[in-house]
Design a protein around this ligand. Structure first.
Ligand code: GRF
Length: 207
C-alpha cells in the first residue's frame, strides 16, 4: 500500500462481532485509513474473538470478572490497547461501560455505535424499547464516547423505518445492515483525522 501510514485502532467486542467484521473487511482495501491492531473482549469464547483470529489480528480477553472494579478493568483494557500501539478505541457491541480514565488515556478517541437514534433509547435494549414505544423510525447512531452512557457528540446518524410487524430480531437485522455500511466509513474518517469535535458537534472535514 502506498500513501499515508494507517492509524492503529483497537476494536472492543462482547459478542458476535459483525461490526468488527465489517471493519476488518474494509481494512483489507487499499487506502483504508485504519488498521485493527488488536481485538479486545470482556469475555472468552465469543465469535468476535474468532473473527479476529481468522483475520490474523491479535485477540485478547480482558475478563470483567478478573478485576476488582471498573477502574481496574478499564486500565487493563487501555493497557492492552496501548501495548499493541492502538491510538483509538472502537466499541463494537462492547457491553461494558468504561471508566472515565479511558477518556484520559484516549481523549476524543473512543467511538461507539448504538442501534437507535440517540438520545432516544440509550442503554442495552435500544431496539426492543423502540419497538415497545411504537416509534415509526429508529436507526443507527455513531458517536464519540464521553463520561455519560450513550451520550457523547454524534458523528453520524441514519434512520431505519420500523415496520408494523417488526420484532426485535427483524428490526435489529435491518439496523445492522446499516451499521455494517456506516461504521467502516466512520472509522476511516476518524482514522484519517477528518472528524473534529466542537463541543457537542462533530464536523466532518475533507471529502
Ligand atoms: C450492534 O447492533 C451495536 O449497535 C450494538 O451492539 C450490536 C453489536 O453487534 N452496540 P455485533 O457484535 O457487532 O454483531
Amino acid at each position: 500500500m502506498t500513501g499515508r501510514p494507517r492509524t492503529p485502532i483497537a476494536v472492543l467486542v462482547s459478542g458476535s462481532g459483525s461490526n468488527l467484521q465489517s471493519i476488518l473487511d474494509a481494512s483489507t482495501g487499499a487506502g483504508y485509513a485504519a488498521e485493527v491492531v488488536v481485538v479486545i473482549s470482556d469475555r472468552p469464547g465469543v465469535r468476535g474473538l474468532q473473527r479476529a483470529a481468522d483475520a490474523g489480528v491479535p485477540a485478547v480477553v480482558v475478563a470483567w470478572g478478573d478485576y476488582p472494579d471498573r477502574d481496574a478493568f478499564t486500565m487493563a483494557v487501555c493497557d492492552v490497547a496501548a501495548d499493541h500501539g492502538a491510538e483509538g478505541l472502537i466499541l463494537a457491541g462492547f457491553m461494558r461501560i468504561l471508566a472515565p480514565s479511558a477518556l484520559d488515556r484516549f481523549p476524543g478517541r473512543v467511538v461507539n455505535i448504538h442501534p437507535a437514534l440517540l438520545p432516544a433509547f440509550p442503554g442495552a435494549h435500544g431496539v426492543a424499547e423502540a419497538i415497545a414505544y411504537g416509534v415509526k423510525v429508529s436507526g443507527v447512531t455513531v458517536h464519540f464516547v464521553d463520561a455519560e452512557v450513550d451520550h457523547g457528540p454524534i458523528i453520524l446518524q441514519e434512520p431505519v423505518p420500523v415496520r408494523p410487524d417488526d420484532t426485535e430480531e427483524t428490526l435489529h437485522a435491518r439496523i445492522q445492515q446499516v451499521e455494517h455500511r456506516v461504521y467502516p466509513e466512520v472509522v476511516a474518517a476518524f482514522a484519517a483525522g477528518r472528524l473534529r469535535i466542537e463541543g457537542r458537534h462533530v464536523q466532518w472535514e475533507g471529502t
